[in-house]
Design a protein around this ligand. Sequence first.
Ligand code: PHE
Length: 330
Amino acid sequence: TQEVEAFVIQNKEALEQFRISYTGRKGQIADLFDDIKNIAPEQRKAYGQEVNKLKELAQTKFNQMQEQLEASSNGQQKLNIDFTLPPVPDTLGTRHPLTVVREEIIRIFERIGFNLSEGPEIEDDWHNFTALNFPENHPARDMQDTFFVEGNMLLRTHTSSVQVRVMENQKPPIRTLSPGRVFRNEAISARAHCVFHQVEGLFIDENVSFADLKQTLYYFVQEMFGPETKIRFRPSFFPFTEPSAEIDISCLICKGAGCNICKHSGWVEIGGSGMVDPEVLRNCGIDPEKYSGFAFGMGIERITMLKYQIKDLRLFTENDVRFLRQFESL
Ligand code: PHE
């Protein structure tokens, strides 16, 4: 009885096995009935009753299992898939426009010997400000509304922090490019965001001059935006470069005719640049008597917007596929 109860039937084969061993004409239960002739006559009635009960139990179990198997195989039939139906099309993702442009910038500078360097997004005050000649309490620190984390830790406001790390750890000649995410406490609008991307360039060697800076950026602008593009340097101020210059390119949208992007000036700013301040070289353990260098920093969003005529910065972070799919072919 226990054996019959414990039997588990999961498929047709097991069900047939069950039938052969128990309920079938040559099964164990039939054998038990045959044995009745060997039982003492006064016990035959009780014996017969017991074997009958067992026979009923086995038969009920057999019927139940048969029903269950039938039900589940019907279920499987319902799941059957029509393989002649056309498939749901497979859609591939696309590279983000900022990725496309970052990689292009890297390729352009790679050709003139720049390597890549990276640094942390959570930075300390030294690498983001102090080593870069931002004096304590100097209003220059307010220029870049900073997200402070705790103590002297903050979210880097520019990738210039990476140039400090590279100079601290490598000897000139240095030719490096550091792309990365930066953070500033600004209200989000079509033209500003609290998270954006920069790429910083640094070139340190003997006898590096402002002419090298101009020629390098001229080469970049021509490669990036095409040979029609003009470049202009506007005197500016950064605590870590002297002299400093803002980099403008001729407006690609209106080509000088006047539009909202260039505010009818015909020029748009793509970044800042300058000769690395001797004090910064000294802070990073490089001898300013022997070496000089230039640095520049550009916004990747700004360059992407100019190159692909994107009018709202927020499109980069909204992940609307109608926007992203437009870059499918790049
Ligand atoms: N770090 C500056 C900024 O974020 C840009 C810059 C980099 C300027 C290197 C000069 C030299 O505005």
